[in-house]
Design a protein around this ligand. Structure first.
Ligand code: ATP
Length: 438
């Protein structure tokens, strides 16, 4: 009986594929590494780059102005005190007094024994602040305390006045940012799902409170459709509306886009109505004006914010899970990443059938590369092996220069998903790729 997608793709298989093919490595592996901290190799870096650029271009299609921002990673104590992170950005945790393993309280049943050592000797429940604290300069006092940002949004709020003044923005508008965030997660796990150093793509959408519900609905649908547009299967996506008891006191609605990971339905992106809480907190603590002048009402207002926030790495893991497949082609089994061509790290591979065809095929490969396509030349092993290598990293098209190519000026183009082959004219390769890679 054929295996279901869920039976085929496991976390272990993905971790091993990512390492084997140079997508993701454990950071500082030769020194034992740090749990929840990863490095990205050539293919991983290309895939991340494609995720960022599809996210950015999806925002450019939205009515209304969205501008870019890149905030600092370090923020002073006062900023994180005002935002509420110093006091509240904490998880509840317990420790097993026997084996010293720590768990988030929502991950275990305290009535039962420790899942790690089998004994039941729990510590009391403690609050554990997840920010990484550091010290700026040589003098150690409260003023020198700084934190690595646990989310990217806050600098946008803190620098709001400068941003609106220099860009002459009118409500509604958005400020988008892609950047690193750091959380000292108690139990980083599931590979790129819960990391200690990760990257977020966040949009803060500023609007008037009376229109906020309408904007929220717009963004919820827009963000869900974004995932369909990058090829994620609809049956693996859903929206989860937060219960009123889950909402922060300043929020009136929040919806997660969830993905059906092999370890369950989990948040991929959060879409949150944040009210004007963040701006108001920074006005209160800094004593500075962070309001915007509204031409319509001739009043200064502190706008309401709808936030759309997704982790680049969590999305990376999602697209790999979704694209992973195993099948059998002409009696040979293969692993294939059926990534959307927009996301595929390598867009096409060029094979000479034998050494004799190296030179003409290399020239074709170079010409396509010089047009700005990310492509590779692969001359080693049988054609079958070269196909498998490229299927496994999601290369959508492979071109082969064979014995007829000299005379008919054509190559064979082979489609990754259907494995169908067609002859196309050498001078049409660029156009072929342009059409297929949209
Ligand atoms: P979770 O409940 O999974 O911890 P969260 O609700 O704390 O997530 P947010 O603060 O809303 O997450 O962060 C926005 C997005 O950033 C998440 O939807 C997720 O995609 C990503 N993200 C958050 N924490 C991590 C992490 N530790 N590792 C990787 N990505 C993360």
């Amino acid at each position: 009986m054929a295996l279901t997608h869920e039976q085929k793709v496991t976390l272990d298989k993905l971790v091993s594929l990512c390492k084997r093919r140079g997508f993701v490595y454990q950071s500082a592996e030769i020194y034992g590494g740090i749990n929840g901290v990863y490095d990205f190799g050539h293919l991983g870096t290309l895939l991340k780059r494609n995720l960022r650029s599809t996210w950015l271009s999806s925002l450019s299609e939205v009515p209304g102005e969205i501008i870019l921002f890149e905030g600092a990673l370090l923020g002073p104590y006062a900023l994180w005190k005002a935002s509420g992170h110093v006091d509240h950005f904490a998880d509840q945790m317990v420790e097993c007094r026997d084996c010293k393993h720590r768990f988030r309280i929502d991950e275990i049943d305290l009535e039962k024994a420790c899942p790690h050592c089998g004994k039941k000797n729990w510590s009391e429940v403690r609050q554990f602040n997840m920010m990484f604290q550091t010290q700026i300069g040589a003098v150690q006092d409260q003023k020198s305390i700084a934190y690595l940002r646990p989310e990217t949004a806050q600098e946008i709020f803190v620098n709001f006045k400068n941003v609106i003044t220099t860009n002459r923005l009118k409500l509604p508008f958005g400020i988008a940012q892609i950047g690193k965030a750091f959380r000292n997660e108690i139990t980083p796990k599931q590979f790129l799902f819960r990391m200690r150093e990760f990257e977020q793509m966040e949009l803060e959408w500023f609007c008037k409170e009376e229109n906020a519900k309408k904007h929220f609905e717009f963004w919820k649908d827009n963000r869900f459709n974004f995932y369909l547009s990058i090829g994620i299967k609809k049956e693996n996506l859903r929206l989860r509306y937060h219960e009123p008891t889950e909402l922060a006191h300043y929020s009136t609605c929040c919806t997660d886009v969830e993905y059906h990971f092999p370890f369950g339905w989990k948040e991929l992106e959060g879409i949150a109505h944040r009210g004007n809480y963040d701006l108001s907190q920074h006005i209160k603590h800094s004593g500075k004006d962070l309001s915007i002048y509204d031409e319509e009402t001739k009043k200064s207002i502190v706008p309401t914010v709808i936030e759309c926030s997704v982790g680049v790495d969590r999305l990376f893991l999602t697209v790999l899970f979704d694209a992973y497949d195993e099948d059998t082609i002409e009696g040979e089994s293969r692993v294939v990443l059926k990534l959307s061509p927009k996301l595929a790290p390598i867009k096409a591979a060029f094979f000479p059938l034998t050494k004799k065809q190296n030179e003409p095929m290399y020239k074709i490969y170079e010409a396509i590369k010089n047009k700005g396509f990310i492509v590779q030349f692969d001359e080693s092993g049988s054609i079958g092996k070269r196909y498998r290598r490229n299927d496994e990293i999601g290369t959508p098209y492979c071109f082969t220069y064979d014995f007829e190519s000299d005379s008919d000026k054509k190559v064979t183009a082979r489609d990754r998903d259907t494995t169908k082959q067609e002859r196309i004219a050498i001078d049409q390769i660029e156009l072929f790729l342009e059409k297929k890679l949209i």
